[in-house]
Design a protein. Sequence first.
Length: 251
Amino acid sequence: MVMIKMKKMTISFGLVNIPVSINPIIHNNDISFNQLHKKCLSRIKYVKYCPHCKKEVKQADIIRGYQYEKDDYVTISDEEFKNLKSIDEKTIEIVGFIDLKEVDPIFMEKSYIVSTDNKSKAFSLFKAALDSTKKVALAKTVIGTKFYYVILRLTRDGLIMNTLYFVEEVVIPEEVREAKFTKKELALAVSLINSLKMKFKPEELEDEYQLKIKNAIDDKLDGKKIKKPKVRRESSIKDLMTALELSLKNV
């Protein structure tokens, strides 16, 4: 069962304050494994150990340190960290409104559904105003201990909040020089795309790797061995035109 981590916050919209809750939309679906001692199958424990004092250290005796030179650290306490917060961690402060098309999806990180507990006139009005202007709100907030810029946008599922990466966090490769191709090659590539057109239905997309792991666990519990899958040999066609023509035939 997935536990929803709800967080109470307030959207600050001019002088209007809108109480809301945010819930993460994405939940990790990966199967987790424990690390065991091969000999006795006991779980491995991690010990926090100080090599200088040569002893195990309790959590209460651990502090943060930033290494500014080799083996030299500046420390910052929990209280000092609290003093560094520039805005209320329970506030989503709107700084302006923009067009969604201006935001490259590469900058979007996590998604949250934004809701309200009771019927809220301010919340309904805010959503209606976004719908009417076809804009999204750019805001700033703190989630956990991290400062974020976020966008608030309307979807068919309601009001969504997306945290954004900062420019320095996004590594965009240098532009590659374009190679030349013929009009016929372009026409074939376009035909291949058109022949593979489909509707995006996320409910039909399965995590094939996690499914294999689940099936493997069931097989092991039934006393079966995990067999190595047969590798499908990919035919290597060096001529681009031939590859495009054969691809169209096989669709």
